[in-house]
Design a protein around this ligand. Sequence first.
Ligand SMILES: [Mn+2]
Length: 427
Amino acid sequence: MRIDSNLIQSHNDKTLPDHRESFGHLSRSLERKTLDSGSIIRKIQDFQIAIPSWALGTGGTRFGRFPGGGEPRSLEEKMDDVGLLHALNRASGAISLHIPWDIPSDVSAIQAHAASHGLLFDAVNSNTFQDQPDQKHSYKFGSLCHSSADVRKQAIDHNLEVIRYGEALGSKSLTVWLADGSSFPGQMNFRKALQRTLDSLKEIYAGMPEDWKLFVEYKPYEPYFYSTVIQDWGTSHLLASQLGDRAFTLVDLGHHLPNTNIEQIVATLMMQGKLGGFHFNDSKFGDDDLTVGAMKPYQLFLIFNELVEGMEDSGSKNPAPAWMIDASHNLKDPLEDLLQSVEAIQLAYAQALLIDREALEEAREANDPTLAQEILQEAFRTDVRPLVAEARLQAGGAINPIGVFRDKQVRKELIKERGAKALSTGL
Ligand SMILES: [Mn+2]
């Protein structure tokens, strides 16, 4: 299914007068603060957030899964879903594939299909946290860190194969997230496990094309509960530093213990030029996979404050990070959830662009925490929804993406097309 641009246009026409009024009001108030809404809008439009192929189906918990129907059954249908999102918000112009769930059977047909939706291929992801039916060795006790060289080789070869698929499609990066770890004290030799992981990653790094980046993701717990080999940003940074210039840390918002100061991690990595990628989601407890901004929009804003400072610093050695949503919860329509997530990211980004950085630096230099808070919250409490809607409108998207999605009964159409029991591959 595709959404015709005339449909979006006609939906926009209905809300245009209201939108014009609120946007006019906001842009005049920004102008009084010498902020140019035009340049902010261009930045919002340039900020594209990749959609992972595994977020398009209803996620599950270890207790159950409650699919809503009409889920994509193939890579083509996954691209169709991302195409739908992109048509509505003009900000989801890339898809991130997980191998072996998304092995392309006909590369040029898949490329043509992506191009017809205006989609690029973002980072490819390897999977050594599950055993595949035709696989010789099990990952039950780890993959790149495994005590057996044969298991490690199998995991390395899988990553190299993922790179080859990505290369064929036009991806430029590989994300490695390892489930590797242990559930019981004494089970694993930490030093050996980390050394083996580094040695395995070196082989993968050496197998990447010259213009590729390797993103090393970290996570403090789960699926193992006593230790994970790459437990935190420091371990990831250590590995990335030893691997080379094209290896970076990837920050996933859900992969932190409660109350971790993620914004400070972002700043530290950017100072080192080692923040490579970002996975957005939200959580109350851990890796909850909740909609971005559903729980902690202020934290998201504070993270964007650091991201914007790092990105706008002309002296920064950090390359432009790769942005992706990594969430797949089990209650909402996955496409509505993704529309909300993208919008939450854009809102936090837009708010961070409003921060008076000069005044903030002055307040910091003068050790004035009261004023620093005033400056940050002045930006955070600005309702930038009309700005983000205007960015979408000017790019040919919908003023109200979820409004169009519901009015046009997109899910009902997808169920009609794919069936009520269509299940997406993934988690
Ligand atoms: Mn992730």
